[in-house]
Design a protein around this ligand. Structure first.
Ligand code: C5P
Length: 310
């Protein structure tokens, strides 16, 4: 993966990257694997809720974080953006550092892959800052080493994910989807939610995970009513068991006429499909008053993955 210095594009003095949150329109979870992960069949969907990572040249690799839940994000070597920068530097033979300034709008531990988004943004930012000249395929390989959701944060759009989530196949979507995002007061640990699911399933044999054809067809046809009925998340019962207050939010979505609603990934954020932008705005207002959540946002999807911004 080490690129020749002569081939490398010009280094930049400062690079800003914007990266979207993801939700899972379908999340089908197979049995626990020997490596501690679960095989998935999922439909990832990138939505217009963004973190931003600004990279500037420095002697060492450091990070600072501001914005939503910034105080919950570690600033040491366990920070996913720092791990991404270190990994890229090691593989591309880079010996300089970077300061990564992260501005968060994606909830931390919210089930929208905020940490993975920051890792993807750091890969794109450091590649440009250092003029490393890695290909998209190189960046995808590094992303998969960093976490199951990092490859999708690079890619964006809407894609079927398999394996532990790192194998991606983009799928077409007709039209723009409008969602209401209900952000809960606390966070949930992803491994904790998977463990709770394993406990709920006990000795039951699980079939191989699958994405129903109806969900893919609804996306392709832009049929939001059919899509609302096809939303499904196998992690939802485990997330609700750990955070029973989520039932209040999910019930509120039904009452407000959402076409469908579900916990996003491992939660606790919940997402609701609206018929259009006006419907989303009305639902968001109601949800802020009675949904039992901390913040409510209206977003659209699909949107592109981690990209350098001017
Ligand atoms: O890959 P990532 O670091 O995001 O995964 C966090 C944790 O979530 C894993 O350690 C594992 O416990 C769980 N996980 C899983 N199966 C997946 C993805 C994540 O069990 N496909």
């Amino acid at each position: 993966m080490t690129s020749q210095r002569g081939d490398r594009p010009q280094r930049a003095a400062i690079v800003a990257v914007r990266v979207p949150a993801k939700m899972n329109i379908v999340l089908s979870v197979g049995p626990l694997r020997r490596d501690g992960f679960h095989d998935l069949a999922t439909v990832f969907h990138a939505v217009s809720l963004y973190d931003e990572v600004v990279a500037t040249a420095a002697d060492t690799i450091t990070v600072s974080v501001e914005g939503l839940d910034a105080e919950l994000v570690p600033l040491d070597g366990s920070n996913l953006a720092v791990r991404a920068a270190r990994l890229l530097a090691e593989r591309a033979g880079i010996r300089v550092g970077v300061h990564l300034a992260v501005r968060k709008d994606i909830p931390v531990a919210g089930g929208m892959a905020g940490g993975s988004a920051d890792a993807a943004a750091a890969l794109v930012a450091c590649d440009a800052l250092w003029g490393a000249g890695l290909t998209s395929a190189d960046l995808q390989t590094l992303a998969a080493e960093l976490g199951s959701d990092v490859p999708f944060a690079l890619l964006g759009g809407t894609a079927i994910g398999s394996g532990r989530g790192e194998h991606l196949r983009p799928i077409p979507v007709t039209g723009r989807l409008h969602w209401v995002v209900a952000i809960a007061a606390g966070g949930l640990s992803t491994p904790g939610v998977y463990r709770a699911l394993d406990r709920q399933r006990r000795a039951h044999r699980m079939p191989a995970p699958a994405v129903p054809e109806a969900a893919v067809a609804a996306l392709e046809n832009g049929d939001v009513v059919a899509l609302g009925k096809a939303l499904r998340n196998d992690l939802q019962p485990a997330a609700v068991a750990l955070e029973p207050g989520l039932s209040t939010t999910l019930d509120a979505g039904k009452r407000m006429g959402a076409l469908g609603g579900l916990v996003s990934g491992s939660g606790p954020t919940c997402v609701f499909l609206a018929a259009d932008g006006d419907h989303a705005a009305t639902m968001a207002e109601d949800m802020s008053r009675t949904g039992g959540c901390r913040h409510v946002r209206v977003v659209t999807g699909p949107v592109p993955g981690a990209r350098v911004v001017a």
